[in-house]
Design a protein around this ligand. Structure first.
Ligand SMILES: [Mn+2]
Length: 491
C-alpha cells in the first residue's frame, strides 16, 4: 500500500493530512471524514466462482515447485507505473506471475514454500498476498487515488481472490514478515523493488528462476492455445475493421488505422498486445514504425503488424502487407510474391523435432535466391547464406520466428539451447514472419522497388504431427487479398 507523505505543518496547511491526495484535491475536514466513515451497506462480493484457468495455474505452480523443491519462490505481479506526474498507466500484471495465478491486480505477490518432507511438490503451500478491500472506517477509501475503492472502483478482496484462484490469500501488510521468515529463497526480480529489497537471495539463483519460468512456458497447454486462438480471432476482426475504415484513413492518417484496431482490441480483448505498427508507403521499411502518424496514400502498400491481447492476456502477433486501394501494382506484387513464397515454405517447415531456426533457414534460402536472380546481391545466394557472409540481411533485417504467448516475445529468458538453438516440440507456438525491405534511399536496389517493405506473419502451433496455422483465417495469398479487400472496402 502506497501512502502519500503527510504535508509539513505551517501556514495554509490542510486541516488534516489524508493518504493518496494530490495538490489539486479538495480538503477533507474532520466532520466529512467522520460522515464518510458511516452509512454504507456491506460490500458486495465482486466474483466468487473459481475461474476456468485455476486448475491450469495450479498445475503450473506444481511444475515450478518441482524444480526447486527445497526453496521458497517469490513472484510479484509488479507495481503501478507512472505515465506522467500523478497519472499511471493502466496496470497489466507481469506475465510469469499471471501464468501462475491468473490474478490481474497490482502489487500482488505469490509465495510458494517448500512442501513438507515426504509430500510431493504439487502440495507445496502457496499464498497470494493481495490488497484487501478498502477499509471504509479510514479516509483512504475515498481519498487515495491509486488504491481507494471510491476512486478506482471495487476490487476483489481476499476471500474473492481465494475463491477465483483456488489459492490461499493473505493481506499485503503481512508480506514483509512472511518474507523475513522464509529460508532459502529465490525471487523473480525487477517487478517490485520493495519485494526485491525484502528478500535475501543471490542474483544467480534468481536468474535461474526466471530461466525456468520461461522454459516451462515454452509448451502451451490447451487453455493457453484456446486463449491464443481467441486473441487471433479478434485480431482478424480488427484487420477487417481497418480495411472497412480505409477511406477515412486516407482522408486523415495512419492514426485512424491505429485507433480503429485499438477499438477492436479493447472491445474484444484487454488491449493490444504490443504497440501496433501501421506503416504506410516507405514507413514499411522501418521495422518498428510505431509513430503511426503518416499519410495513407492509395497506390502504396500498408504494412500492418498488430495483435489483440485477450482478456486473459495472451496476444496475437500477425502482420499483413496490403495494397491501400485494394489492387497490387506490378512491382509491389513482385516483391510480395517472394515473401509469400518464403513464408509459405517456412510455415511448412514447422514440425516437431526440427530446429527452431529451420523455418528461418528455409525462408532465407528463398529470398536470397531471388535477390541473386534480380541482380541485387553482390555475391551468390549460396555465398550470402554462409554464416560469415549474410549480405542478404541488408534486405531481410530480422529473424523469422519468436515464441508467442502471454508475451509477444514469449519465453525471453529461456536459454539458447532450449529456444534459439533448440528444437520445436508439440505445444510450442511461434511466429513465422519473413520480410523484405527496400529502403527508399538504397542505391543497390532498382528504383521501382525502393520504398517497398513487405512482411507476412502468422502464428503457428507445433502439433504432434506437424503444425496448425492459428492465423490461417486471415488471407495472405495475393489474389485472395484482392478479393477479400474488394468485399470489405466500402462502395
Ligand atoms: Mn512478431
Amino acid at each position: 500500500m502506497t501512502e502519500m507523505p503527510a504535508p509539513e505543518g505551517g501556514p495554509g496547511v490542510r486541516p488534516e493530512a489524508v493518504p493518496g491526495q494530490e495538490s489539486h484535491d479538495v480538503d477533507v475536514p474532520a466532520g466529512l471524514r467522520d460522515f464518510m466513515a458511516q452509512g454504507w451497506a456491506p460490500p458486495l462480493a465482486v466474483v466468487v466462482e473459481q475461474a476456468p484457468w485455476a486448475p491450469y495455474a495450479a498445475k503450473r505452480r506444481a511444475a515450478l515447485a518441482a524444480r526447486f523443491p527445497t526453496e521458497a519462490l517469490v513472484i510479484p505481479s509488479g507495481t503501478l507505473k507512472v505515465r506522467a506526474n500523478d497519472t499511471d498507466y493502466r496496470f497489466r500484471p507481469g506475465s510469469d506471475f499471471f501464468w501462475l495465478t491468473g490474478e490481474p491486480g497490482e502489487d500482488a505477490v505469490l509465495v510458494i514454500r517448500p512442501a513438507d518432507d515426504g509430500a510431493s511438490a504439487g502440495d507445496a503451500p502457496a499464498t497470494l498476498y493481495v490488497h484487501p478491500r478498502s477499509d471504509r472506517s479510514t479516509a483512504a477509501f475515498f481519498t487515495d487515488r491509486r488504491y481507494g475503492e471510491l476512486w478506482v472502483g471495487p476490487r476483489r478482496g481476499l476471500d474473492e481472490v481465494a475463491a477465483v484462484s483456488g489459492l490461499e490469500t493473505a493481506p499485503l501488510a503481512e508480506l514483509p514478515a512472511a518474507l523475513a521468515q522464509l529460508g532459502r529463497t529465490r525471487v523473480l526480480r525487477g517487478y517490485d523493488a520493495g519485494v526485491d529489497a525484502g528478500v535475501d537471495a543471490t542474483r544467480d539463483a534468481d536468474d535461474e528462476l526466471a530461466v525456468v519460468l520461461s522454459e516451462l512456458r515454452l509448451i502451451k497447454d490447451d487453455h493457453e492455445i484456446a486463449q491464443l486462438s481467441a486473441a487471433i480471432a479478434a485480431t482478424v476482426l480488427g484487420f477487417e475493421d481497418v480495411i472497412r475504415e480505409l477511406p477515412r484513413a486516407i482522408r486523415t492518417s495512419e492514426r485512424w488505422i491505429e485507433g480503429t484496431f485499438d477499438r477492436r482490441a479493447r472491445l474484444a480483448g484487454n488491449d493490444v498486445g504490443y504497440g501496433s505498427i501501421c506503416a504506410c508507403g516507405p514507413h514499411a521499411t522501418t521495422l518498428h514504425w510505431v509513430h503511426n502518424d503518416g499519410v495513407v496514400r492509395p497506390g502504396e502498400l500498408m504494412l500492418l503488424d498488430m495483435g489483440v491481447e485477450s482478456r486473459e492476456l495472451y496476444t496475437a502477433d500477425v502482420t499483413r502487407t496490403l495494397p491501400i486501394n485494394g489492387r497490387w501494382t506490378e512491382p509491389q506484387r513482385r516483391v510480395y510474391d517472394v515473401v509469400h513464397r518464403a513464408q509459405r515454405a517456412a510455415v511448412e517447415a514447422v514440425r516437431p523435432g526440427v530446429d527452431f531456426l529451420e523455418p528461418h533457414r528455409v525462408a532465407m534460402r528463398v529470398i536470397a535466391a531471388t535477390l541473386e536472380e534480380w541482380g541485387i546481391l553482390p555475391v551468390s545466394a549460396e555465398e550470402s547464406l554462409q554464416k560469415d557472409s549474410g549480405l542478404h540481411q541488408r534486405y531481410t533485417l530480422h529473424g523469422t520466428s519468436h515464441m508467442l504467448g502471454l508475451d509477444v516475445h514469449d519465453c525471453a529468458s529461456a536459454r539458447s539451447e532450449t529456444y534459439r538453438d533448440g528444437t520445436l516440440a508439440p505445444g510450442m507456438v511461434l511466429t513465422v514472419e519473413p520480410g523484405l525491405y527496400f529502403q527508399p534511399d538504397d542505391l543497390t536496389v532498382p528504383a521501382e522497388l525502393r520504398g517497398i517493405g513487405v512482411r507476412i506473419e502468422d502464428d503457428v502451433l507445433v502439433t504432434d504431427t506437424g503444425r496448425r496455422n492459428l492465423s490461417e483465417a486471415l488471407p495472405r495469398d495475393p489474389d485472395e487479398v484482392e478479393r477479400w479487400m474488394a468485399a470489405l472496402l466500402p462502395g
